[in-house]
Design a protein around this ligand. Structure first.
Ligand code: PHE
Length: 370
């Protein structure tokens, strides 16, 4: 685009100036009205306002310089007015009713017929949800919630829980052990905790009785994966210590908790069992929630399903705690503890037959809990 079309002015009287500027203003308006796309608008801007070859630049170079001094003021004012006019044309999208702004918009508009971006709603994982449900049942009974490390020492995981070195009960809870610790004393060696019970001791060491606490967490065992076992799973531990805590308190608490979790018609029964850290110990069974106790495939026709371990805290465990908190004197206080597998409870509640579903991250499975 050349701007030789800006003629030299020969007369500088008011009438001549008026005519010359009016002609340019009209030209600018006409140009602007014909713009149909953003590229043309940019070309218009360059043509009129371009620093080197813009028409206004040319006007200033040819007219302003050649004007006799008495015409300079008027010419300057007219020049500024023209510049403003051009800028307004640009700003206003070259005027209402012109077509370029609509088509420019159309070129950049969103295609509203395309499918939108779907953002899926998040939801609690069924394990998290079950864990929270269990927590709420005990929170309502006045229990607080605690936690402890997943990488534990041999002392907390086994020794103070009354599994002395070499005790055969250790074999039932084999796990991963951190390598290259042979130079450390056995009690300090690190392993992945096999149960949440070590947090019983950590809790008692940090606070005197009375204690009512539940401890949800992840645990590890050398178990082969099958439909109902996983080498990593979750437990909720419970501990209640006070004066005069009896086995009836344990039964009443767990019977209530099972009814709260599975429905008020569920019955519980307690079978003698063994854990090094409780005496006496029991396995808790609930009446089969699938057949109501009549006997079905799920309960192997027995009408009962085993759900958790529990017992009265062994005096030997209190003796370990009393090394740091003398108030855990087994002659003065008593308590019970229990531990339940979260996956097992979730599988029962939601009718899941493969434990691996919890960890597979399959949206078709997880989406059912949204
Ligand atoms: N810690 C035991 C286990 O993992 C469960 C348990 C906890 C049993 C507390 C009794 C008391 O098997």
């Amino acid at each position: 685009m050349t701007n030789v079309d800006i003629p030299n002015l020969t007369a500088f009287d008011e009438a001549a100036l008026e005519q010359a500027f009016a002609a340019l203003a009209k030209e600018a308006s006409d140009d602007a009205a014909a713009l149909t796309n953003p590229a043309a608008v940019e070309a218009f801007r360059l043509q009129w306002l371009g620093r080197k070859q813009g028409r206004l630049n040319e006007v200033s170079a040819r007219w302003l310089k050649a004007a006799p001094s008495e015409a300079k003021k008027s010419l300057g004012q007219r020049f500024n007015a023209l510049k403003k006019h051009v800028e307004e044309l640009l700003e206003a999208g070259a005027g209402a009713g012109s077509t370029w702004s609509d088509s420019a918009l159309a070129a950049e508009a969103i295609d509203i017929t395309l499918p939108g971006t779907q953002r899926l709603l998040g939801a609690e994982h069924p394990i998290t949800r079950t864990l929270n449900e269990i927590t709420q049942v005990f929170a309502a009974l006045g229990y607080s919630v605690g936690g402890g490390p997943e990488v534990e020492t041999d002392y907390y995981n086994f020794e103070c829980m009354n599994f002395p070195p070499g005790h055969p009960a250790r074999d039932t809870q084999d796990t991963l052990v951190i390598a290259n610790q042979e130079r450390r004393p056995l009690r300090d060696r690190l392993l992945l905790r096999t149960h949440t019970s070590p947090v019983q001791m950590r809790t008692m060491e940090s606070q005197p009785p009375p204690v009512r606490i539940i401890i949800p967490g992840k645990v590890h065992r050398n178990d082969a994966q099958d439909a109902t076992h996983s080498p990593i799973f979750h437990q909720v531990e419970g501990l209640c210590v006070d004066t005069n805590i009896t086995f009836s308190d344990l039964k009443g608490t767990l019977d209530h908790a099972m009814k709260a979790l599975f429905g008020s018609s569920v019955k519980t029964r307690f079978f003698p069992s063994f854990f090094p850290f409780t005496e006496p110990s029991a396995d808790v069974q609930i009446s089969c929630i699938f057949c109501g106790g009549k006997g079905c495939r799920k309960c192997k026709q027995s009408g009962w399903i085993e759900l958790l371990g529990c017992g009265m805290v062994d005096p030997a465990v209190f003796a370990f705690a009393a090394q740091k908190q003398p108030a855990y004197d087994p002659r003065k206080i008593s308590g019970f503890a229990f531990g339940m597998g979260v996956e097992r409870i979730a599988m029962m509640k939601y009718g899941i037959s493969e434990i691996g579903q919890f960890y597979a991250g399959d949206m078709r499975f997880l989406g059912q809990f949204a």
